[in-house]
Design a protein around this ligand. Structure first.
Ligand SMILES: Cc1cc2nc3c(=O)[nH]c(=O)nc-3n(C[C@H](O)[C@H](O)[C@H](O)COP(=O)(O)OP(=O)(O)OC[C@H]3O[C@@H](n4cnc5c(N)ncnc54)[C@H](O)[C@@H]3O)c2cc1C
Length: 386
């Protein structure tokens, strides 16, 4: 990219960021605590984000998107996370950064035309169902099956912990189409409409954080889908899942980093205001050291994640590097939210202070999208050459 082009991109990104910030401040932040209490945000939020062009911005114009660069998509998640609205970030990121891109990159032309325009307006909400009650980290061990029957497949099984499980209108479902082959080979992905016979949404699971994001069990009992519902190749589901993970893990890492940046900024304000023993908390050496440590960690991670974003944009982001980003940022977020809460004292433990929400919301970052232990497995495999 020429210098002139990169200056222009930077100006466009800055302008876009201002617009997203305004939207989040006006449309999300005021009602967020209410949605947190209700354990789900209303359907209108999807439509509003669609109206404002904030869903799947990097999908090409021919499918109703604006064909924006990947950086724009990252900005939406960053501003939601910085504003401590992690639940909306998680839900919309699954929809925009995962589901839409599976359809775009692996779907047939008919699937793209059918789903993408509606996903972009928010009139159709997407989910992806890989995890099952019996298996999460080990995706090769999934038990859901899809039996071929004439020109259809019949899906049976159950999924759990599915983000957007209540709101979803379409769900990408991973199922075994060949139970006789070992591990990854017999897995196929399907685009399954939520209103189809036999597809049942279970309860909205109660979580310790990310309350406003709906997370559900999903049940499939003799769900008959046409062969045109296969996403990608029959038996090629695992390869698709692996191929799309880079974007997913980088989005998680970048969101977690933005969450750390946001709560850190809020905490700086707090320690300057709050007094103890006649001086501001920021005057104590312990506070200064904690602030210095957090600022350093955040800055180092920002440099690394920005490098990963550039690599993803030019197609050179590898599994080892993105796993390092996901592992390191999510662990760092845990340390930062814990320290920030501590610096708030008892107020940090109160719901009315944002830091308490940031603390509980942060915990899942080390679990979903591949746990920290799985990230270490992947990194060590690459380092040790196995
Ligand atoms: C809020 C939330 C939203 C989610 N959204 C979705 C979604 O939209 N779609 C979806 O499909 N899934 C979703 N998940 C599921 C999530 O991806 C899984 O929870 C995660 O991959 C871990 O799987 P598990 O819970 O079965 O844990 P397990 O795999 O049972 O792991 C338990 C523990 O064992 C460790 N472990 C497992 N294998 C190894 C190993 N080989 N070496 C060392 N340690 C190991 C793990 O690191 C972990 O500490 C969501 C989860 C949550 C909590």
């Amino acid at each position: 990219m020429s210098t002139a082009d990169s200056i222009q991109l930077k100006e466009e990104l800055d302008l876009f960021r201002e617009n997203v910030k305004r939207f989040v401040a006006a449309e999300i932040v005021p009602d967020y605590p209410k949605w947190d209490d209700a354990q789900i945000f209303p359907r209108e939020v999807w439509e509003k984000m669609g109206e404002h062009g904030l869903l799947a911005v990097d999908i090409p114009e021919e499918y109703g998107g604006i064909g924006a660069d990947f950086h724009f998509s990252m900005i939406i998640q960053e501003e939601l996370q910085r504003a401590n609205c992690a639940a909306i970030s998680t839900s919309t990121s699954v929809h925009s950064d995962i589901v839409c891109h599976y359809v775009l990159n692996r779907g047939t032309e008919a699937q793209k035309q059918h789903y993408l325009p509606r996903l972009i307006t928010g009139s159709c909400v997407g989910a992806i169902a890989m995890t099952e009650p019996g298996t999460g980290s080990d995706l090769q061990a999934i038990r859901a099956t899809a039996r071929e029957d004439g020109d259809s497949f019949v899906i049976n099984g159950s999924k759990t912990f599915i983000t957007n499980g209540q709101h979803c209108d379409v769900c990408i479902v991973a199922a075994k189409t060949d139970v006789n082959v070992a591990g990854s080979k017999g897995i196929t992905l399907f685009l399954v409409d939520a209103d189809i016979d036999g597809f049942e949404k279970g309860r909205n699971l109660e979580k310790i954080g990310l309350h406003a994001s709906d997370t559900s069990e999903l049940f499939f009992q003799d769900v008959r889908v046409p062969k045109e519902s296969v996403l990608g190749q029959i038996g090629g589901g695992f390869a698709v899942l692996m191929g799309e993970l880079q974007r997913e893990r980088l989005t998680l890492a970048n969101g977690a980093l933005a969450a750390a940046e946001g709560i850190f900024e809020q905490t700086i304000e707090y320690v300057k205001e709050r007094k103890a023993f006649g001086s501001a908390l920021s005057e104590f050496q312990n506070t200064k050291f904690k602030v210095a440590e957090m600022a350093t960690e955040i800055k180092i991670h920002r440099a690394f994640v920005d490098e990963c974003i550039e690599k993803l944009a030019n197609g050179t982001l590898d599994v080892e590097t993105v796993s390092m980003a996901k592992l390191s940022v999510s662990e760092m977020l845990g340390r930062v939210t814990d320290t920030c809460l501590q610096l708030h004292g008892g107020y940090g433990y109160m719901k009315e202070y944002g830091v308490s929400r940031a603390f509980v919301d942060a915990r899942v970052q080390r679990i979903y999208g591949g746990t920290s232990e799985i990230m270490k497995e992947l990194i060590s495999r690459s380092v040790l050459g196995r």
